[in-house]
Design a protein around this ligand. Structure first.
Ligand SMILES: [Zn+2]
Length: 671
């Protein structure tokens, strides 16, 4: 049940944000050591407090666990799955282990919230499923679903997973069970990597030249690279917590992330769409099948659509409608989303297609059959995002703040008792905070919170006022014994930030996080708590540092955005006294820009150069990409004759030296 190969970990984050990993001998050593550590951490006695047991029992009583509709739906139309459950990359490293979560069966153990356990069992079901004649899905060969719609000449593939090998394995399974039918088109429902990254496992540019089309929503290509590029390292590291990639898959480890089981490993790819859909109501015939699109920009993803298939009376809900409460704020870190807009898109779906949809299928989870059940699901999902948005603002307008409002929200049972609206991925708590943040930002108006000390400095004062670390630990132990884990975590976190080497505090905080994990209904919260516990007990695993990568995505970064990324790397202290201008010319695309270094900040003006610049850099776009991917240095590219410069070489060298490299494995739960 162990996470068989920790290299999977590395991809978690990397993959979502366009990085890849080059292995070396020492990297394998590091991975082996970390695996041994994981093995050790998954054995040993498990303590589950009475408070956790009581909490989980209440959930069991509150929700209707006798209702097996979701089980029927998740199993309906099952055709077959792979006998060999390990999907490997070309280098032998596992890409995905489709049965890693098969242990989730029957009654929940004490160490898992029964509602999350139920969701874990449902999301773990893997294989090829028939949605209806002409529409099939392969589920749980990755975090997301891949769907196959039968066109007149071949398959229209919707959302080709995160990496190529699982996508290819899914297609092989389809071929084996349904015949050798070619792929005639690919549809990307949205700009997140789990919906396009595996496309190269299915088709190549040659297929595009031969007429295969790729259909995507407006601004798709730009959004695939821009949503996370400026903040990618922080998001990726936090994603390693959220997706549970550093955890064993076990009743005391990860049981999935609520949206799906886990993330595949390998190279992320992207082939540019041939067609972008620009407005709601737009119709298009793809390989003889009529599609009607509903554009949903800036809700779950910056670029997304849902679509209706009149001939099948089927609706693809993409990731706007799911069998979970999704994230208005995603804990790996991202800009917050607007529940009001999200809810409006779902209402639009109800108006446009609610009375003529027999089946609704999505990019995650299982389909919903029957017009009545479908509209019920859609309405519940519409209501929950609207509820969180409006009720957060209502309470805010009464004067309540970010950390008070979630405690006050009284969700009607009509929303709250439906499994599809539960906290498996997003939570009511963090989504409400997200809506507060959307309108008011981090500050609650109370000046005590305007300019607090940094966590380490605050921790030191807290511990001092409380009479020293051992005093705090004693009090925390007493609260722990009473099951008051939330404040226990707050207090002990102060001690750990005041005294990072205080292992007694770290160990008790780790135990506290474990209890919080065992209660959590959200897969992402559980993974956060358990990963934090592991890093407090054992330190950060000594794993290889991921390298930025993914040639398809690096190529897709517009020059304008490339310079913004460069500016984020500038160490302003090193640059503060320099006033330099650099001309930047991309020789093969004829793009140019002027870079302006001023007071430790870097600006750029596109389509401009200055004859008095400190230096002029010329290179091809391919050379720039190779430099970004760290395949070659500027010097090497210059020797090859695809990069050059004129002007002051020392200034240029010094400038490149002012750009930071980011360390991936930074501390999260210690200062
Ligand atoms: Zn997704």
């Amino acid at each position: 049940m162990l996470n068989k190969n920790l290299l999977i970990i590395l991809s978690t984050s990397l993959i979502l944000f366009g990085c890849s990993k080059n292995e070396t001998i020492s990297d394998s050593d590091k991975t082996a050591k970390a695996e041994a550590m994981l093995a050790e951490s998954s054995t040993g006695e498990v303590f589950v407090s009475d408070a956790v047991k009581t909490h989980n029992k209440k959930i069991k009583q509150y929700l209707d666990f006798d209702n097996k509709d979701d089980y029927e739906a998740a199993e309906r139309g099952f055709i077959a799955t792979l006998e060999d459950t390990k999907i490997l990359n070309d280098n032998g490293v596992p890409a995905y282990d489709i049965d890693a979560f098969d242990f989730i069966k029957g009654d929940a153990p004490d160490s898992v919230n029964p509602s999350l356990w139920r969701q874990g069992e449902l999301t773990a079901k893997h294989g090829l499923f028939k949605v209806m004649d002409g529409i099939y899905q392969v589920r749980n060969f990755d975090l997301s679903n891949i769907s196959f719609i039968r066109g007149k000449t071949g398959w229209i593939v919707v959302d080709p997973l995160i990496t190529g090998k699982p996508a290819k394995a899914a297609y092989e399974l389809v071929k084996r069970e349904l015949g050798d039918i070619p792929i005639s088109a690919v549809v990307y429902t949205h700009s997140h990597a789990d919906h396009f990254g595996g496309v190269r496992g299915l088709i190549s540019e040659e297929d595009i030249a031969n007429g295969v089309r790729i259909i995507a929503p407006l601004n798709f290509t730009l959004e695939t690279v821009s949503e996370s590029i400026l903040a990618g390292n922080q998001m990726s590291r936090r994603a390693s917590y959220m997706f549970g990639s550093l955890l064993p898959r076990s009743p005391t480890g990860s049981v999935g992330v609520g949206l799906g089981p886990a993330i595949s490993s390998g190279q992320l790819g992207m082939i540019t769409p041939t067609d972008e859909i620009g407005h709601t109501g737009q119709k298009m015939t793809i390989d003889g099948i009529e599609f009607e699109f509903l554009l949903a920009l800036g809700a779950e993803a910056p670029s997304e659509f849902m679509f209706y298939l009149p001939e099948f009376k089927a609706f693809c809900q993409a990731e706007i409608i799911n069998h979970t409460l999704h994230n208005l704020y995603t804990p790996r870190g991202a800009k917050v989303r607007d529940g009001r807009i999200w809810s409006k898109y779902i209402d639009e779906a109800i108006v446009m297609f609610g009375d003529k949809t027999d089946v609704s299928f999505g990019s995650h989870h299982w389909p919903t059959w029957g017009q009545e059940a479908t509209v019920k699901l859609w309405e519940g999902q519409r209501d929950i995002y609207r509820f969180i948005h409006d009720q957060t603002l209502r309470h805010a307008n009464h004067g309540y703040t970010m950390h008070e409002i979630p405690e006050l929200l009284n969700m009607p049972d009509g929303i709250a008792k439906s499994f599809a609206n539960r906290d498996y991925y997003g939570t009511l708590s963090h989504n409400s905070k997200a809506q507060y943040q959307l309108y008011f930002g981090y500050f609650d108006g109370n000046p005590a919170n305007l300019d607090p000390l940094s966590p380490a400095a605050e921790g030191k004062k807290f511990v001092e006022y409380m009479g020293g670390a051992s005093n705090v630990i004693d009090k925390a132990q007493a609260d722990f014994d009473k099951g008051e884990f939330r404040f226990t975590a707050t207090a002990l976190n102060h001690v750990v930030f005041a005294e990072p080497d205080n292992q007694a505090a770290a160990d008790l905080l780790a135990k506290t996080y474990q209890q919080l994990a065992y209660m959590a209904e959200s897969g992402s919260w559980r993974n956060f708590y358990l990963t934090a516990a592991s890093e407090l007990k054992n330190g950060i695993m000594d794993l290889p540092t991921p390298k930025p990568g993914g040639p398809d995505l690096v190529r897709a970064v517009p020059l304008d955005l490339f310079f913004d990324t460069m500016a984020v790397k500038l160490d302003s202290t090193k640059a503060k006294d320099k006033k330099w201008l650099f001309n930047f010319q991309i020789t093969d695309t004829n793009e140019k820009a002027l870079l302006i270094l001023s007071n430790g900040t870097l600006h750029h003006r596109m389509n401009t150069t200055d004859p008095d610049a400190t230096a002029t850099i010329k290179m091809t776009r391919a050379a720039l990409d190779q430099m970004s991917l760290k395949i070659k240095t500027f010097g090497e590219l210059r020797e090859e004759g695809i990069a050059d410069f004129e002007g002051n070489p020392l200034a240029l060298k010094s400038f490149f030296g002012m750009l930071d490299e980011f360390e991936f494995w930074f501390e999260i739960v210690r200062p």
